[in-house]
Design a protein around this ligand. Structure first.
Ligand code: DX5
Ligand code: ZN
Length: 215
């Protein structure tokens, strides 16, 4: 299993220490949650934080934009050093065009689905994206309970990817811990995002190791 710890649950008074912990860990990515207070009912952090993190982060940055009109910010996200840019399906009017622009900027593309958006909405874009991020909580806050219906969506998405020949990876975000992580591994997830489970622990390395060992 690949693991993408979410910085949202980190100690912001010790960001350097938290990034150094991630650099020395077995994590595969660092997940960064940008919120605008419009698309979601919360505001997190913006480019000044992404730029600072980008300077010292040695893991590929997995940027999750919970914002309206993400197209406006593609080159700005690229300039932070991001590896992957996740945009919400619900925030894009012309998703095919947005995905093309993300690739043109030199990043991997991800499309994110809210809990109430069916996987079937991706039928005509699945061939073009590098990753699908399924929200297993309503976006906006860390520490929420896992929505179990997500497991059915992972199975449907796995089938769609198989039938279409797409190379897309399946990433899951929200309420991930060792119990829900095991269920997600079984359903066919490739990457687990984990915020409070990793950064809220006294031994984050152990938690990352537990998720990495899920098959
Ligand atoms: C929520 C964010 C998540 C959040 C997950 O909107 O997208 O990445 O950090 O937090 P946990 O893992 O605590 O549910
Ligand atoms: Zn996220």
């Amino acid at each position: 299993m690949e693991v993408s710890p979410s910085l949202l649950a980190a100690d912001f008074l010790d960001l350097r220490g938290e990034i150094e912990m991630i650099n020395s860990s077995a994590a595969d990515y660092l997940h960064l949650d940008v919120m605008d207070g419009v698309f979601v009912p919360n505001i997190s952090f913006g480019f000044s934080v992404l730029d600072a993190v980008g300077k010292i982060c040695e893991k590929p940055m997995d940027v999750h934009l919970m914002i309206v009109e993400p197209d406006k910010w593609i080159s700005r996200v690229r300039d932070t050093g991001a590896h992957l840019m996740n945009v919400h399906f619900e925030a894009c009017r012309h998703l095919h065009s947005t995905i093309g622009l993300i690739h043109k900027a030199g990043m991997k593309s991800g499309v994110t689905l809210n809990p109430a958006t069916p996987v079937s909405m991706l039928a005509d874009i699945i061939q073009d994206v590098d990753l699908v991020l399924l929200m297993s909580v309503n976006p906006g806050f860390g520490g929420q309970p896992f929505i179990h219906h997500t497991l059915e969506k992972v199975r449907q998405l796995r089938q769609m990817i198989f039938e279409s020949g797409s190379r897309a990876k399946i990433e899951i975000d929200g309420g991930v811990n060792e119990t829900t992580g095991a269920l997600l591994a079984n359903a066919g997830a490739d990457i687990l995002v984990a915020g409070s489970y990793v950064f809220g622990a006294s031994d984050p390395h152990e938690r990352i190791g537990i998720l990495k060992n899920l098959k």
